[in-house]
Design a binder for this molecule. Structure first.
Ligand code: ATP
Length: 342
């Protein structure tokens, strides 16, 4: 049985959304254009309140854009009801029917559609198989772990064979291990299904590990769209530079290592201990994380964080240190706009 036979491109053209009126007006999404290819795994990433859920809800048809157009495939869908849009949405809360078994929960969308019983059972079984749920078909949601419930919600979405999957922070209820496991499952699911995925998160690890591309949002706008590697290696703005990467990029005060109109950024792994280097400070904290050591230092350029090899000689707290960075690892941003200067 092939799932996702009708793959869809999703296009947003100059889409805006305002809530409220007058002094109360909030611009949640501000003139966003985005072209999501067939079978992409597109991540909408950004801090709380940046407008990512609103953007996803406009694709779903749960919010009407104040301006602009939404296309799914070749169709402008602004006026189309959500149920006619060939999408399935999975939220953070799985909203399963507590009194129905796993099998009945998964079959439910097919039952509503009037699919015959035998076919319903076969399709539910296939979806359960894809998500490793075949052993739990007779259980009720209350007898499952959070991760299993989340997978039932996903299975219920995939039996609908939507062209587009919309997911809004679907893993945020799960503990760290389950989140990791389910991330892998989602990537695998995307590979098998041939559907287009649009996935909202504020978790950069999810964005970096799952997305074929990431749209980094800030205050209702998209700051950068690119592959995870592109946004990490060449952040388009100081905002993206600080949002992607743990610990975040060191952003030096304007003028340090650069001119008066440029702010220089250095990733912690590119800040190297170097006697006589141009950035000097005093070690304030040493974090031993096993595979790496994070060295914090107070300097004239503010707090600096360097990622150092645990096998190297680690300076102690209170020790004076100097850092340097290779020229190719200096990121430069316009001091006023924050935009990358090439
Ligand atoms: P989070 O990660 O916290 O869910 P988000 O990036 O998904 O945030 P949105 O939920 O899209 O952000 O909200 C964007 C902005 O629009 C916020 O300032 C929010 O308060 C506002 N907003 C969202 N929905 C409404 C609404 N129905 N009425 C008024 N304002 C709203």
């Amino acid at each position: 049985m092939a799932y996702g036979a009708h793959v869809a491109r999703v296009r947003l053209e100059h889409v805006s959304k305002q809530f409220g009126e007058g002094d109360e007006q909030v611009t949640a999404v501000d003139d966003i254009s985005l072209d999501i290819e067939d079978h992409e795994f597109m991540i909408l990433l950004g801090p709380s309140g940046c407008g990512k859920s609103t953007l996803l809800r406009m694709v779903a048809g749960l919010e009407d854009p104040t301006a602009g157009d939404v296309f799914i495939g070749d169709h402008r869908v602004n006026d189309q009801l959500p149920k006619l849009r060939d999408i399935a949405m999975v939220f953070q809360s799985y909203a399963l029917y507590p009194h129905k078994t796993v099998r009945a929960n998964i079959e439910f969308p097919l039952k509503v559609r009037g699919v015959p019983k035998a076919q319903r059972a076969a399709e539910a079984l296939h979806a359960a198989d894809v998500l490793g749920l075949t052993d739990y078909m007779k259980r009720k949601p209350g007898q499952l772990s959070g991760g299993q419930r989340q997978r039932v919600a996903l299975a219920r979405a995939i039996v609908r064979k939507p062209a587009v999957f919309l997911m809004d922070e679907p893993l945020s209820n799960l503990d760290a291990k389950l989140r990791g496991d389910t991330r892998t499952e989602l990537v695998d699911l995307h590979r098998r299904l041939d559907s287009t995925f649009i996935y909202v998160t504020h978790d950069q690890v999810e964005a970096m590990t799952m997305g074929s591309r990431v749209a980094v949002m800030n205050a209702g706008r998209i700051e950068q769209v690119g592959t995870p590697q592109e946004v990490y290696d060449r952040p388009a703005s100081a905002f993206v530079a600080q949002f992607i990467g743990t610990p975040p990029m060191n952003l030096l005060p304007v003028g340090v290592l650069g001119t008066d109109d440029v702010q220089v950024g250095i990733r912690p792994e590119h800040l190297v201990l170097s006697t006589g280097g141009p950035l000097s400070g005093t070690v304030s904290m040493v974090e031993h994380l096993g595979h790496e050591v994070l060295l914090h230092a107070e300097s004239g350029a503010g707090r600096l964080v360097a990622r150092v090899d645990p096998a190297s000689v680690i300076p102690a707290v209170g020790q004076a240190v100097q850092f340097d960075a290779a020229p190719q690892h200096l990121h430069r941003f316009d001091a006023t706009s924050g935009v990358r200067v090439s």
